[in-house]
Ligand binder design. Sequence first.
Ligand SMILES: [Zn+2]
Length: 419
Amino acid sequence: MDLLRIDEPGEAISPTFLLDAKVRELAGIEADSPRILSVYLDLTIRDAPRRERARIDAKTGLARVDRVAEAREAGGIDRGVAKVDVDKARERIGSWTAPGAQAPGRGVAMFLSAEDGLDLLVAAPEPFTNEVRASRGAVLVPLVRLMDEGSDAVLVLVDRDRSRIVHFALGAEVATMHLEFDVAPRHRQGDWGNRTRPRYSGGALNAPGLAAQGPWSRQPTPHYQEHMESEVAEHHRALAEEVMRLYAGIGTPRLVVHGPEGVKEAFERHLPDEVRGRVEHVRGLDPAHPQGDLRAWITRYVAEKRSQDVRDGLARAHGAALAGGHGAMEPQAVLDALQGRRVMDLYFDAQMVAEARQCSDCGHLQLAGTECAACGADTGSVDLGEAMVRLALEQDAGVHPVEGDETMRRLQAVARLRF
Ligand SMILES: [Zn+2]
């Protein structure tokens, strides 16, 4: 079973990063019959009614999928979802929803197709809306929303002698590293405090420059101050090294730095230019906050920043589309751009419920018509949002669900184009 969990020691891979790779991989799987079973569940622990609803929704959904498959088989066509996949899903859901059972996450997504060798289970920190569907490709929009909300953030709480790096991913704290040097015992200590998910090896303990400490005088000589400053600089250099290790391992997270004026600038001088240019400074954060408050703070901060980034990006793409530049808007133009593999960023109305037609022969997508505009073969109905998201993921475009935006609701889809 392919569970989205990271146990590789010594590797700083974020769950968000891994999920992104898995979702793009999933987007590339397209079966020739509706045999991919996608199941999304809300398995909120300690909420018996919600888990009971998940159990009933899943049971009903699986029974419906099975009935459709049987009818297809009786009609002499490929039954689509295999019996073995339905049974497997049923069995797992039963084991997660039984009284006293442990669920792998508050939200669980499952993608099964025995024929395609597909068995992916994603355990998420947030619940999904219950949904069971059989289609030619995996249902991806809920995963994309999770991915988008959970962009990684690395928070650096810097000071002269003691600093903290906290890594947040998918709305949860992944790991915290404390890096400090104490004047009295004349040595520095750094270690990762593991949280619930990925494990980091004791990277800091093995980091070069941390173990070896030369002897130095504690007397307040003129050298003392100088020495203190070089110790602080050494601390900041080691901190920057750890930040870069993390930064490189998880792609390009938000990098948020907080610390006294002068101190944070001194630290940032140790970062490479392109990373320093991305540092975000924040106010109103108390480093003495308990970890739980820090988590709530950073989650709110990232959500606000993300929605601002999406609004800005959408406005730019919309402007380009209106000006006839590198932008496209409304389903037809966006679908054309996606099929021409010209999309760099896709913005779509997260609430969109619309249908498209896909050719059963060449796979061409169009908004209407039972006959394929490209080859003349028959078309079948598909979910427009899902189809657009799949194409965008396949061409490595950014995928941004937009909620509660009037322009977006009216246009349904907007794209920033590569050319
Ligand atoms: Zn066709």
